[in-house]
Design a protein around this ligand. Structure first.
Ligand code: NAI
Ligand code: MG
Length: 368
């Protein structure tokens, strides 16, 4: 059956990185009978320039229909002065909200060839493979009230509200347990139950969800601050980490940096399964932004975007073999000492975006 992919390359280096994924998709269609059907739209500044909105209704509808959305990056100085609700980032926020992408998956994988580039000792990160599952649509970033009030005595008060309901915790825990079953079968849940009521509830609901449906998975709990320490002390102790929006934002950035450059980091955002088809809405994107400082120079690292497509193969299409070999191709190319400038090392050969993409594709083809 045809697999529909909706591409939103966006701004800056987004289109440059997406170009390398497009080549891999074309190869898979021609040589592996993958049957991907592509459509493409505009998002971010590119959409603003074309229709004065960060994403058009037509493209929004296509994103909602597609089996998966591949997203590049948005933003740049050109659009710094555009009104708040049509600024480039609004396109991504709209997609996350309308597609109800509540589960953000951020892997932290240390490729052997880059272990010495980590800020930690190589032996601590070599072979690292963690998956952080961050709740993305609730918590303190969205809870009401959310405001600054004037107290009238020369003081102001900033208020944000952390709110989690049972169903929100149940569904994110469910995603984490299901993913753990495809990995090392271990979940560590992180909250601050010692000082937060929402943390107490988080802990209870994760525990109950585990007991009810996932008791085959090993579950442990950690206070989020201790979890942060453990992440930099002994990161390999973790398999899947599940946590809320705020802690997940910080912990996933910490974990990511254990493994090297922004240009290497993929992500996936998943929604609830469709009641009829059981398929989850999903959006895949690199963690990096549009990198205006290097856009148009042909030097951006396409690996984050390509690795995001590997996640798409794995989570949206169950193409585990192809996902594994695409990830292996990335590791092999790094082993060969081929590097873009952001991950350049002594003795390696520096290449641009297109050559990096071509070499990964050639290596991927060789693994079929
Ligand atoms: P950024 O991630 O675009 O760049 C940070 C630094 O990392 C820059 O020096 C850049 O050259 C480098 N870098 C990033 N990706 C790279 C890659 N693939 N290869 C080589 N080097 C890479 O973050 P920054 O500079 O804070 O933001 C730039 C623009 O991107 C802003 O308009 C920001 O709002 C937007 N942004 C968009 C995101 C998205 O679309 N999801 C996420 C983060 C920022
Ligand atoms: Mg962040």
């Amino acid at each position: 059956m045809a697999k529909t992919l909706f591409l939103l390359p966006g701004d800056g280096i987004g289109p440059e990185a997406m170009g390398e994924v497009r080549k891999i998709i074309a190869y898979m269609n021609e040589e592996l009978a993958a049957d991907f059907v592509l459509d493409e739209g505009l998002v971010g500044g590119a959409a603003y320039d074309a229709h004065g909105a960060a994403i058009s209704e037509e493209d929004m509808a296509k994103a909602m229909q597609a089996d998966a959305v591949l997203f590049g990056a948005v933003g740049g100085p050109k659009w710094d002065a555009v009104p708040y609700d049509v600024r480039p980032e609004a396109g991504l926020l709209r997609l996350r909200k309308d597609m109800q992408l509540f589960a953000n998956l951020r892997p932290a994988i240390c490729y052997p060839a880059l272990a010495s580039a980590s800020s930690l000792k190589p032996e601590l990160v070599e072979g690292l493979d963690i998956l952080i599952v961050r709740e993305l649509t609730g918590g303190v970033y969205f809870g009401e009230p959310k405001e600054i009030i004037d107290l009238g005595n020369g003081q102001k008060r900033g208020i944000d509200t952390q709110i989690y309901d049972t169903y929100e915790i149940e569904r994110i825990a469910g995603v984490a347990f299901e993913l753990a079953r495809t990995r090392k079968n271990t979940v560590c849940s992180m909250e601050k139950r010692n000082v937060m009521k929402s943390g107490v509830l988080w802990n209870q609901v994760v525990t109950e969800t585990h007991k009810r449906s996932y008791s085959d998975v090993k579950l442990e709990h950690m206070l989020a601050d201790a979890g942060g320490m453990q992440l930099v002390r002994q990161p390999k102790q973790f398999d899947v980490i599940v946590t809320d929006n705020l802690f997940g934002d910080m912990l996933s950035d910490v974990a990511a940096m254990l493994t090297g450059s922004l240009g290497m980091l993929p992500s996936a955002s998943l929604g609830a399964p469709d009641a009829r088809t059981g398929k989850r809405k999903a959006l895949y994107e690199p963690v990096h932004g549009s990198a205006p400082d290097i856009a148009g120079k042909g030097i951006a690292n396409p690996i984050a975007m390509i690795a995001s497509f590997a996640m798409c193969l794995r989570y949206s299409f169950d193409m585990v073999k192809e996902a594994d070999s695409l990830e292996k191709a990335i590791a092999d190319v790094l082993d060969q000492g081929i590097r873009t400038s952001d991950i350049m090392a002594e003795g390696a050969r520096q290449v641009g975006t297109v050559e990096m993409g071509d070499t990964i594709l050639k290596t991927f083809a060789g693994l079929q």
